[in-house]
Design a protein. Structure first.
Lengths: 373, 377
């Protein structure tokens, strides 16, 4: 016990003496937590539209008014040449072109049908799809409106109507940041925790001080505990600062569920995570190596965690992959407890799986760690 | 004599570059990561990740259980956007299913659904969405809406509208709406910045930390050449990586490459030099590998990922972030690569972006050489 105490004292001294590292451990994640949710917004709005109107009739004018009034589109360019509009697309100033053919109004009235041409910059497929769909919707609405001029409106109410009402639970204002902040906090704690542990032990290897520890009677588990406990504590502190200062004060997110549950899960998760860091440090010889491996692991963790893209949409093999990633579970638990107030009975499988991860990674790391080089 | 000295200088330089290459190639684990990372990223982005909402779990609470409600349910089950879970029979079960996270959306048919519809021509369906993920809730609600509207259209087939407007939509550049088109240029920018900034800064700081930098600096060799010879292997590696990504993108993901290959490599080299000088700048301001790493990671990687525009649309961000994004070199590179690769545009279309990138590179280079200290404290 006394040995461990001395080791811990040494570690904390080393961490707190490093004046350039300390602000980075604490300040950087918080800055990220403030900035990232602002940037991570998938909602598609402000689609820039170029309209090429060859008709210039009152009908085409009505349609254009309807589009610009919808709130989804910003008219970036209006003219009568498709080539000019296309140049706007090439220079990314506009996202889609609506071309109204000449004789639009006349053909509608006379022949009862007319085409409209829409060209979408589809490099970003999701955005293109949504932009096209919105525009289509507006055209259909416009269509229904002008139709009313022509047919007896009574006919409408006599056809059967199904009204769909929808209510949004847990996040009635549909605030995307409520969804992102807990997840990003989970990721930042992960990143700092894994890097710090991975690099710390390797640093002793690279500088050679690990030899000095190896020749002392310190036991393997004491050494490892001495390395893990400080980072566990730092992880909890970062999490607390993020939860209280950033999530609560800046974004106004108050966890609905139990704080104890959240911290309980964090505790187990950090053990699992530090095990990963430890494992990385046992397989690398230099800090550069440890960093590249940690970076690789973190990148895969991040992309496969469902933080930015939904896991349900992944193909099956990728879903299996995603569910063997501890970060996935932590992000899920964060979102469930903070936003939905899920309780222990909803989460006990999550707990069991995380305990499994913790045991697995740490056992592997300890087994891999050798006192001799 | 002067001629001779120059020759010796060149030879020394050559030997130094060789030394750095040895450093890089001997570290097999790092090397593996350097090449593995871009490949893994391309694979994940290409085959695993998508923003689309598919296969979401929805559940139906059918109090009506009549032919019409069943018909609508069947229509929903046939759509591949959802996975219809076994029906719940009570409202209360919805909340607990949401809390467990097993269901994303519930659809409630009231008990008198078809009687209302047949007698009053009006009936209601209620959607309850788990909006803790607002994106998903939104998308699912509109899918269900569309399916119900479709069904309704079927029923009122006789009430034909008098004329038709047919929108013809053309998807430019990416008719199949593949995600790859958007992210491949982004991954390129990300990988170049990663390798150059991170690896250069660390390999220089490493020599400082180990004390070997002192030895290099007291040698008669020009200290600037020491630094340049450190950068060269990463420059070469980045180009190799870029080529690997390009080959994967074109042959595996069937991405187009419309523009000039030469222009593409020239523009990439500019970004690489910008990133290398940033790495140098970071290495000047610290002597510990850990700090250098955290600085380049937190200060460079995350902004690059977020503000380049390939993951999140920049025009949605608050104005200050939009302004900051202009300072990120990879944002300009991303625009350039998209223009060359996908749109097939020539230099005349991207000279402005190129100019900005060159300007940034010049500033970074100038500052980092200015700040480079020949004497270690």
């Amino acid at each position: 016990m006394r040995t461990l105490q001395f080791l811990l004292r040494k570690e904390f001294r080393q961490i707190f003496r490093n004046k350039s590292l300390l602000p980075m451990i604490f300040a950087m994640p918080l800055v990220q937590l403030i900035v990232m949710p602002l940037a991570a917004d998938f909602e598609i709005k402000n689609i820039n539209i170029s309209i090429v109107d060859h008709d210039r009739s009152s009908y085409s004018q009505q349609l254009i008014n309807k589009i610009t009034a919808s709130g989804y589109f910003v008219l970036s360019d209006f003219g009568d040449s498709f080539d000019d509009a296309f140049q706007q697309i090439e220079s990314e100033k506009s996202d889609l072109i609506l071309e109204i053919p000449s004789g639009f109004e006349r053909n509608l009235v006379r022949e009862n049908r007319e085409k409209l041409f829409i060209a979408v910059n589809a490099i970003n497929g999701t955005k293109a799809n949504l932009g096209g769909a919105y525009l289509n919707q507006i055209i259909q609405q416009y269509h229904a409106e002008v139709s009313l001029d022509w047919i007896n409106p009574i006919k409408y109410t006599s056809s059967p109507q199904i009204e769909v009402t929808s209510s949004n639970w847990f996040n009635p204002f549909m605030n995307y940041r409520f969804f992102m902040v807990p997840g990003i906090l989970a990721f930042l704690v992960t990143m700092v925790g894994a890097y710090m542990t991975a690099l710390n032990i390797v640093k002793e290897k690279e500088i050679g001080t690990i030899e000095q520890i190896n020749v002392t009677p310190i036991k393997k588990y004491q050494f490892i505990l001495g390395k893990l406990i400080p980072f566990w504590i730092i992880g909890v502190i970062i999490f607390t600062i993020g939860l209280v200062f950033v999530a609560r004060i800046i974004y106004g997110i108050v966890p609905i569920g139990s704080i104890v549950l959240l911290y309980g899960y964090l505790g187990i998760y950090l053990i699992a995570l530090l095990g990963v860091g430890l494992l990385i440090s046992t397989v690398s010889d230099t800090q550069q190596q440890a960093m590249s491996i940690a970076f690789f692991v973190m990148m895969v963790f991040l992309l496969m965690s469902g933080l930015f893209t939904p896991i349900d949409s992944m193909p099956k093999w990728a879903r299996i992959f995603a569910y063997s990633n501890p970060l996935t579970y932590f992000i899920e638990v964060m979102r469930m407890v903070v936003l939905k107030g899920s309780g222990l009975k909803d989460l006990y499988t999550h707990f069991l799986i995380m305990i499994g991860f913790a045991a697995f990674f740490n056992a592997w790391a300890i087994w891999n760690y050798r006192k001799t080089t | 004599m002067g001629q001779n000295e120059k020759q010796i200088d060149m030879k020394q330089f050559y030997i130094f570059v060789q030394k750095e290459f040895y450093h890089v190639f001997r570290d097999r684990k790092s090397l593996l990561m350097l090449f593995g990372l871009p490949i893994a990223q391309i694979m994940l982005f290409g085959f695993a990740l998508t923003n689309e909402i598919k296969d979401s779990k929805i559940v139906v609470v059918d109090y009506a259980n009549d032919p019409i409600s069943r018909e609508i349910i069947q229509k929903l089950a046939a759509s591949d956007q959802f996975q219809l879970q076994s029906s719940l029979m009570s409202h209360r079960a919805i909340e607990s299913a949401f809390k467990k996270g097993t269901v994303n959306l519930a659809l409630v048919f009231p008990g008198n659904f078809s009687t209302d519809l047949l007698a009053h021509n009006y009936a209601q369906i209620q959607i309850i969405a788990d909006a803790s993920d607002p994106n998903k809730a939104n998308a699912l609600t509109s899918y269900v809406n569309a399916i119900v509207a479709d069904y309704q259209q079927q029923r009122i087939n006789e009430a034909r509208l008098p004329f038709q407007i047919i929108p013809e939509i053309r998807m430019l550049y990416n008719p199949e709406l593949k995600g790859a088109t958007n992210f491949v240029p982004g991954v390129m920018a990300l990988v170049l910045v990663l390798i150059c900034v991170l690896m250069t800064s660390i390999s220089i700081v490493r020599e400082k930390e180990m004390g070997t930098m002192e030895i290099l600096l007291v040698s008669p060799f020009n200290p600037f050449l020491v630094i340049i010879s450190k950068a060269i292997p990463y420059f070469v590696l980045s180009l190799v990586n870029l080529t690997v990504i390009l080959i994967l993108a074109v042959f595996l993901m069937e991405m187009p490459f419309e523009g000039s290959l030469l222009l593409f490599y020239v523009e990439s080299s500019i970004l690489i030099i910008a990133a290398l000088s940033l790495g140098l700048l970071i290495s000047n301001s610290t002597d510990s590998q850990q700090t250098a790493m955290l600085l380049s990671l937190m200060g460079m990687m995350i902004p690059t990922m977020l503000l380049t525009g390939f993951m999140f649309p920049i025009e949605n961000m608050p104005l200050p972030l939009q302004l900051i994004s202009n300072l990120i070199p990879s944002k300009w590179y991303y625009i350039i690569v998209k223009s060359i690769m996908i749109k097939g545009l020539g230099f005349s279309a991207i000279w402005k972006e190129t100019l900005i990138l060159v300007g940034m590179t010049a500033i970074f280079l100038f500052v980092s050489f200015k700040k480079f200290k020949i004497r270690l404290a």
